[in-house]
Design a protein around this ligand. Structure first.
Ligand code: NAI
Length: 385
């Protein structure tokens, strides 16, 4: 089987998320790293790309050069990952989709709801595939949670509780550090800081696992460090279209918490709990039963979990392997299209442009509700109302 060709924009030397994408895309031998525009500094980007093994003529100085170069080739890349800073995602993703490339965009997909709707419409009209990197949905046991909910193990879902609360911006003395300050500045971050950065991961996970979409929400947002214009903590209550009630806490001032992403689901017949920092265990309590530990790698959990686990039970799998699962989904989606066949249903779980759009609508809803003392507001994008 020939490998699919993969390209990357952003993710240059020293970037936070670039290495996880390179590991994830390369892990299963499905993609070959073929092209890139890796850095906002053209020469550094070209040089680093070549050091990572790109051919000189496909290690580009900027994304426009890459778009022109790849468009002109017969053997153009099959998938482009956009891992640049947030405000550039829309422009780059739109340009590549319009040229017919498939895109995996980092979150947030756009900075406004209108831009999100535009991306969804471009996908609808061109048929190009656009995924958004809600990478935590790639964890094997997250997929198993989703499968358990879908097959009715918990009965009707009553509650979902999601948290993404860390403590890395809790130091008031560090609040003016330029690497931190921009995140709370509306001119650079948009209408929301902590919810837009981390809360959307938790909300996406809640929807993903429960299989329901957020309809309306009420938010209490606060800047615990008073010099911040945007929120560093938010508590969001929401209602989902299948009747589940949602609770979400996100924070950047929760000292002592490291990553802090946790999800719990409570149905009429049982409950589940999973944390990103212990991703190889899922806790399941059947009604009137005993607490059980489900281990990643146990045989025959569900097709969704079984296909996304690689190392034997008892050996830890972590975040780059979750990203790898998004890439294996995308490889299957791209191959199925090329071969004119339906894709494996257990792989059809990658987060879509529609999810990126829903997140953006939730971001604006949280900002609006937070300003109005928690007023309940519609959290759906206009095109889905
Ligand atoms: P970073 O600041 O560490 O790295 C950004 C990289 O993009 C740098 O190498 C920079 O030179 C390059 N770059 C900037 N503008 C560019 C342009 N116009 N063309 C080409 N390259 C350009 O940023 P980080 O933390 O890696 O975040 C990147 C994106 O990934 C953000 O949107 C962030 O929200 C997202 N992210 C997602 C995570 C997830 O779990 N899905 C986790 C962390 C970040």
């Amino acid at each position: 089987m020939t490998k699919l060709k993969w390209g990357m924009i952003g993710g240059g030397e020293g970037s936070q998320i670039g290495p996880a994408h390179r590991l994830g895309s390369g892990l299963d031998g499905l993609f070959e790293f073929t092209a890139g525009a890796l850095d906002h500094r053209p020469e550094e980007g070209r040089e680093y790309g070549q050091r990572l093994g790109l051919a000189a003529d496909r290690s580009y100085g900027d994304w426009r050069e890459m778009l022109a170069g790849e468009k002109a080739r017969e053997d153009r890349v099959d998938l482009v990952t956009v891992a640049t800073p947030n405000s550039t995602h829309f422009e780059i993703t739109k340009a590549f989709l319009e040229a017919g490339f498939n895109v995996l965009c980092e979150k947030p997909m756009t900075m406004t709801v209108e831009e999100g709707e535009e991306i969804v419409k471009i996908c609808q009209s061109t048929g190009a595939l656009c995924a958004v990197n809600y990478g935590y949905s790639g964890y094997s046991l997250v997929r198993h949670m989703k499968a358990m909910v879908a097959r009715g193990d918990l009965g009707a879902i009553r509650l979902v509780k999601a948290e993404f609360a860390h403590g890395h911006h809790a130091d008031a003395a560090d609040a003016d550090n330029p690497r931190v300050r921009w995140r709370y500045d509306p001119a650079q971050a948009g209408v929301s800081a902590q919810f837009a950065d981390c809360g959307i991961h938790a909300m996406h996970l809640a929807s993903f696992v429960v299989g329901q979409e957020v309809q309306n929400l009420s938010a209490d947002t606060v800047s615990c460090i008073s010099s911040r214009v945007l929120e560093d903590d938010a508590m969001v209550n929401f209602r989902m279209d299948g009747g589940a009630v949602g609770r979400l806490w996100t924070s950047s001032v929760a000292i002592g918490r490291q990553h802090g992403l946790t999800i719990q689901v409570f149905g009429e017949n049982g409950g589940l709990r999973w944390s990103q920092e212990q991703p190889n265990q899922l806790y399941y309590m059947p009604l009137n039963g005993r607490l059980q530990t489900i281990e990643r790698g146990e045989g025959n959990l569900s097709p969704e979990a079984d296909r996304t686990t690689r190392v034997a039970i008892g050996h830890a799998e972590g975040m780059p392997l979750a990203f790898a699962n998004i890439y294996t989904d995308l490889a299957e989606a791209i191959r199925a299209r090329k071969e004119g066949r339906p894709m494996d249903a257990a792989a059809d779980l990658y987060p879509r442009a529609e999810d990126g759009l829903r997140s953006m609508a939730a971001v604006f809803a949280v900002a609006e509700s937070g300003k109005e003392d928690g007023k309940w507001v519609d959290a759906r994008p206009p095109m889905f109302r």
